[in-house]
Design a protein around this ligand. Structure first.
Ligand code: UT7
Length: 331
């Protein structure tokens, strides 16, 4: 089977640790509500370091752990939804920072499913380009850039952070399923500010004539809708990936789900008939870091010696779009 091997991972955790008690100082909330409804105890926020910088630090660590020099990387895929620039891509800024002069570079936006989408994309590039040896996948998010810190139902959920992985081709098990439901785009979004060029005739902000909320570029979320989608999407994506290679869900050693809400993970585990013991969970310390959440959890589980070489892992995500995806592979 054509598969991929993860040669090394790295993470970057920004310096400002914000506890639930800290959150209670800025919105009407408390540790008890946040802990029981989400499983989150604290999250880390940037002190101004840009998204690309966090990604570059995680990438350097991943390269070091993989024993690869930046110049050997042939492709960088960055999964951010919080790019520092409209252009260039964050992937190009990371390429510059880590000296990956021989790498093509682009960003891929699949929100919180981004890392899963990027692993699948990396595998396809490796499969079709014999000259490509190493792909660097970077997931870096500064959600504090567009979180509305006056909205208690969403601001308590999110954190900033970055993770990276160096992958190469292998003959190990690999299966993936990627999906999207654009009808759900209204459930979770953040708009760009409207732009009026000098020749424009319409003064109305056309973005605000449809169902997307007016007058804000902050994150808007229908928590209940996303919750409903997530508890179905996680089991569905994992099952559909497993089906492709005739694998029974019970044969998977570890599930590394998107870290959005402990209750979503528990419900999904129940729906798929798998014990929570097989789920890697670190939401308590990081909150929801969008596309960075799965690779941060992966890196920590590897560092703690939980996930061992040869074990079957299922990385499974869902997010804005709405998107969902799962990759099943042998570590
Ligand atoms: O990457 C994907 C990102 N998004 C998600 O994964 C979000 C998925 N959704 C969720 O995780 C949950 O829906 C939330 C955590 C956002 C909300 O939890 P919930 O159990 O669905 O709460 P709720 O929206 O039903 O609100 C229950 C009550 C409301 O008060 P009333 O109307 O019952 O008086 C809210 O106003 O809790 C209130 N509330 C809060 N109270 C204290 C909402 N946020 C807070 C808060 N602190 N932070």
């Amino acid at each position: 089977m054509f598969g991929i091997d993860i040669l090394g991972t790295g993470i970057y955790t920004p310096s400002i640790r914000v506890t639930n008690d800290d959150m209670a100082k800025i919105v009407d909330t408390n540790d008890e509500w946040i802990s029981t409804r989400t499983g989150i105890k604290s999250r880390n926020l940037t002190d101004g370091e840009p998204t690309w910088k966090m990604g570059a630090e995680a990438a350097k660590q991943a390269l070091e752990n993989a024993g690869i020099d930046g110049s050997e990387v042939g492709l960088i895929i960055d999964t951010t939804v919080t790019s520092d620039f409209m252009t260039p891509s964050v992937a190009c800024l990371i390429q510059r920072e880590i000296g990956a002069a021989n790498a093509a570079a682009f960003d891929l936006n699949a929100a919180c499913s981004g890392f899963v989408y990027a692993l699948d994309t990396a595998k396809r590039f490796l499969q079709t380009d014999d000259n490509l040896k190493y792909v660097l996948v970077v997931a870096n998010e500064t959600l504090s850039n567009f979180v509305d810190f006056s909205d208690r139902s969403s601001c308590i959920l999110f954190g900033d952070g970055a993770a990276a992985a160096v992958v190469t081709r292998s003959e190990k098990l690999f299966a993936s399923f990627l999906g999207a439901d654009g009808k759900g785009s209204v459930a979770l979004y953040a708009k760009n500010a409207p732009v009026y060029h000098p020749f424009r005739k319409t003064e109305k902000n056309l973005m605000e004539t449809n169902e997307f909320a007016a007058g804000t570029t902050k994150l808007i979320q229908d928590g209940k809708e996303v919750y409903k989608f997530a508890t179905k999407a996680l089991p569905e994506a994992a099952s559909r990936a497993a089906e492709k290679v005739g694998l029974d869900i019970s044969e998977i050693d570890w599930f590394i789900p998107h870290q959005a809400n402990i209750r979503i993970i528990e419900t999904a585990a129940k729906n798929i008939g798998v014990s929570m013991d097989k789920f890697i969970v670190n939401i308590e310390n990081h909150g929801n870091t969008s596309s960075a959440s799965i690779p941060i959890a992966l890196h920590e589980a590897i560092a703690e010696g939980k996930i061992k070489k040869g074990e079957k892992i299922c990385l499974v995500g869902f997010g804005a779009g709405l998107t969902m995806g799962a990759v099943i592979m042998e570590y």
